[in-house]
Design a protein around this ligand. Structure first.
Ligand code: SF4
Length: 294
């Protein structure tokens, strides 16, 4: 039995199944550069301040020591004042966690991995978990999800529309509430981290949802998770590793597991001598790191 999968795990699985094996099944930390770890840390701090604001806790001590963060919060409040007022809001929560069980269907078609045979009567499947930065139920009968992003550059709309975060967050909310898919939306608010130049103003990008998308995402999830189930079965019963990318894949050239995959064409020359900060790869930390554009 594996622990619940987050959007970060699904993204990692799409990116490279072997990397998913190293990170998720074997709990190995991919090397992370100092710049990447700083970017992830700034994103974590921004999320913490926004969460404290929602809880009504003082944030001044945090902001007093970080003028750039204070400017970013102020700019976000100006760009999206509706998020910080109570008008039209029935219920609101930050860092809201929801989970669901995604069944893969007929156990006859999906062999159980080693060790799961004891779960008689339990159809094979995976737990899925969503951690929403901000969720608000509105008086007009809709639910708005908000996610804070600290990308330096805003990705194209199409890229975000296909990102597992967009799809899993909306799917998971529709699957765990009685709200119609059409009542749900997800808005990313982009707050750029401090850089060398002047930071752009925060911008929002909203994704609507409907029943057709819901059915498509469910079909995509079933395909992916059935494939993963078979890979896990082979990994656990025969020690067969999950697939690597092709030897010519460009993604390997920037992957921290090049040595283990024997994909490095020249010796390591990084200035840290191969030593990088350790990375906490909990589902939330992994999602945050991926969300920071690493
Ligand atoms: S080096 Fe390539 S094949 Fe190996 S884990 Fe990284 S991306 Fe995957």
């Amino acid at each position: 039995m594996v622990s619940p999968l987050s959007q970060g795990h699904l993204t990692l699985l799409d990116h490279c199944p072997r990397k998913f094996q190293y990170v998720y099944l074997e709990h190995q930390s991919a090397p992370v550069s100092w710049v990447q770890s700083q970017s992830a840390a700034w994103g974590t701090l921004l999320h913490r301040v926004l969460q404290q604001m929602e809880l009504g806790l003082p944030v001044e001590p945090l902001l007093a020591h970080d003028p750039a963060l204070a400017r970013s919060i102020s700019a976000l409040r100006q760009a999206a004042p509706h998020l910080f007022g109570g008008e039209g809001v029935v219920w609101r929560k930050s860092e809201h966690r929801r989970s669901l069980w995604f069944s893969l269907g007929d156990p006859e078609e999906v062999p159980l991995p080693k060790g799961e045979q004891a779960d008689v009567g339990l159809a094979p499947g995976f737990g899925l978990v969503m951690v929403y930065d901000w969720i608000q139920v509105q008086a007009d009968g809709t639910i708005a999800l908000v996610d804070w992003k600290t990308y330096q550059r805003i990705p194209p709309w199409e890229q975000l529309a296909h990102h597992w975060q967009t799809r899993l967050y909306l799917y998971g909310l529709a699957a765990t509430t009685t709200y119609a898919p059409e009542a749900l939306s997800l808005t990313y608010w982009f707050v750029a981290p401090p850089g060398t130049g002047e930071s752009p103003q925060p911008q929002g990008m909203t994704f609507a949802y409907d029943r057709a998308q819901h059915q498509q995402i469910e079909a995509d999830l079933r395909d992916r998770l059935r494939q993963l189930h078979h890979w896990l079965h082979a990994y656990q019963t025969q020690g067969e590793p999950l697939p690597q990318l092709s030897p010519t894949a460009s993604a390997c050239s920037s992957c921290g597991f090049q040595d283990r995959c024997q994909r490095r064409s020249s010796p390591r020359t990084d200035t840290l001598g191969g030593r990088f900060p350790p990375l906490d790869l909990s589902p939330e930390a992994l999602d945050r790191l991926l969300a920071s554009g690493v």
